[in-house]
Design a protein around this ligand. Sequence first.
Ligand code: GCO
Ligand code: MG
Length: 402
Amino acid sequence: MKIIAARLIVCSPDRNFVTLKIETDEGIYGLGDATLNGRELAVAAYLEEHVIPCLIGRDPSRIEDTWQYLYRGAYWRRGPVTMCAIAAVDVALWDIKGKALGTPVYNLLGGKSRDGVLVYAHANGSNIEEAVDSVQKHVEMGYLAVRAQSGVPNVASSYGVPKAGKSYEPAERGLPSESLWSTERYLNFAPKLFERLRSEVGEDLHLLHDVHHRLTPIEAARLGKELEPFHLFWLEDPTPAENPDAFRLIREHTLIPIATGEVFNSFWDAHDLIRNQWIDYLRLTIVHGGGITALKKTADFAAVYQVRTGFHGATDLSPITMAAALHFNLAIHNFGIQEHMCHTALTDEVFPHSYSFDAGYMSVTDAPGLGVDIDEELAARYPYQRAYLPIARKLDGTLTDW
Ligand code: GCO
Ligand code: MG
């Protein structure tokens, strides 16, 4: 089998997606997600100009060799754009291999280790009352795990809370919006949110919370300690993770489980955090981390230290990534949980897929490959529109982590 063509499908049904389609001389094609929220065309150009010319004529079955060719052969290593491009090729090749062998990708990764993939939903509200209501709505929908985010009193806009009446989509078309943030007000508020949530939903529901990189290590330690009575499933991105030592400091003060890594793009970003067991869940995911090949190596390393996966799964990761993640999550032993932020009906129409949600878990069918496709004609009706993630500033105007 030979690769005879590879091309990008860039579309924006509700938000931007970049999809790589690799075609072979046997009529089988594979799909890979190449979406990097807010920097989509950088990855498209990297693939178009520097990767696709090298793919033509290659044997698509040589997945490991192609991964090494694209990683080591670029000379300049790692980074979100490079690893997202490599991921797109890698996932498309796993899709092709599954289709060529007539088997779902999870079978190529060791077969099922579980019958379904535990997922968590996004609940949010502009205040505690709305957040409680949203969590309860998701419990009624069958979720066993729910992330709760709330507006903070006297803070104009908090992370994870949609604008009135809209679903939560952080990327905004046009130039980046700017919002003001107050750590002090957030730190005084967050424990009240979870005290109320626990009293409303009881002990069994897994509650998660995303700090979104906004605290210093000692502030994160304080928050973790104050949230301990409400036994969260995890506290996510408590502090920026460029300095892994920051997580040692948090670990010294609190038992709260820690998740981080959605902004990582390589094993090496997580190496110290895993081997020192400074985190409990790794969020690094397939589309941003170099693909299935890279994540398998990383997850296996993490398993040795009893660190589990908790893949990022926001709407800016396409249904192709969701499908790949579900196959991966079904197979590996040290699976933790999968984020499930539902795509819109239009996005699901552009990317028909065989995965489904039921009673707190997601699963895939035994369709060969990833079990996901792209409706190119429909996609073409929604052309790319530049969009950015927001910028955050402290009340005194200092730029801070959004
Ligand atoms: C999450 C993430 C998202 C990111 C978004 C960036 O936990 O799902 O933090 O909300 O902000 O994916 O593109
Ligand atoms: Mg997050």
